[in-house]
Ligand binder design. Sequence first.
Ligand code: BES
Ligand code: ZN
Length: 456
Amino acid sequence: MQNIDQYLEQNRQRFEQELCQLLRIPSVSADSAHKADVAKAAEWVADQFRGMKLKVELIPTAGNPIVFAESPPVAGAPSVLVYGHYDVQPPDPLTEWKSPPFEPTVRDGNVYARGATDDKGQMFTHLKSTQAWLATVGQLPLQLKFLIEGEEEVGSANLEPFIEANKDKLACNVVVISDTSQFGPGQPAITYGLRGISYYELRLKGPMQDLHSGTFGGGVSNPANALVAMLSALINERGQVQVPGFYDDVDPLTGRERAEFAKLPFDEAEFMRKLGVKGLRGEEGFTTLERRWARPTFDINGLWSGYQGEGAKTVLPAKAGAKFSFRLVPKQDPKKLSAALEKKLRELCPPGIEMELVDFHGAPGVTVPLESPFVSAASQAISEGFGKTPVFMREGGSIPVVATFHELLGVDTLLLGWGLDDDNTHSPNEKFSLADFHRGIKSSAHLWRHLSQIRA
Ligand code: BES
Ligand code: ZN
């Protein structure tokens, strides 16, 4: 590995410059105004693979293109599928950014830009490690297949049919994804569980137009009142979700897992300080890590109604709406939840209000087994890349395709995150530590060697 490590050292600056090129492309998948930028990012990623002389395809879908690249099979060594996404979340609110979201800027050893960690920077580590092998050794020690999509941030709707239709092409022994976090600065981790998600929009309609709240208030159902009453009935004072059957398929945390979580050096006071909050609240009977990683929950993601302007306006609004989602744990079925939720909301909806529930997307939660030679290989590689043995943890975010890989390809995923919880993903001033970027590349380069020693 000596000449590979040396190559990585010598090319640090170029890797950073290339990452900045990708970060300059505003590939926001949620916003159709950025359609051309999304296509440009896909093309840029495909060009990277072309530069490495890998077999590359830029595959159009009903949505954004998929980039697929592969190296030749290696007899006796496993095939590894690397998944990542080149799309990013919208950058708003723009006024909160210290430097513009699509003008990558380095401050204090971090690169600031939308997509820096999620997922352009993390995904890119696997491309550079691969390039290092090809430029020094001349060939890879195992077969790599890359599946880089452009719709992860909007629910990956077109990816599942693609995987279903291309099972042979995607066949592999294990999947590698870097789109998660370390436990904390200087403490890398292997993530063995992610929560699932079920995302909705509720639209309520009352009178045909806004009314005077003095003339009509008290006599006519107010959609804004109805909205807050309906939403607050979905979770009780003890932090328990109130949709019938919600907990039916939730496995209790095992004593062993609770003990393992409790051993992690989580500092609650520091956690609160970093978030700027003076207290925490969640499901009764569980610790903060348990609540965030391994318990299902309900959060409102956005809500609107009535007068938002300066001063006071006495209005009874005609409409109200909200976006909200549930984070799910393995075995909870988003479809089953949708049916129970719709029934519950219809019962809660007062007379004089018409409701519509839109089901955006859903994906189940996952856990991956830790007793596997792939996990040992990853642990070795990360120890070499970061100079520290990784801990095992779960995380609260969702990567819908992990369950799909298990279901359709019959393979587990290694979730090897180089990010940090305070990287501001999905919020203003997203960043990625450049030191971790390079440690990630080194870990990845070593991972190819450790995985190649596992007999396929
Ligand atoms: N990189 C995240 C997933 C993630 C976040 C994993 C935090 C672990 C910790 C990913 O890009 C993401 O944000 N996914 C969405 C999925 C949704 C849009 C279906 C999420 O979790 O909200
Ligand atoms: Zn991501």
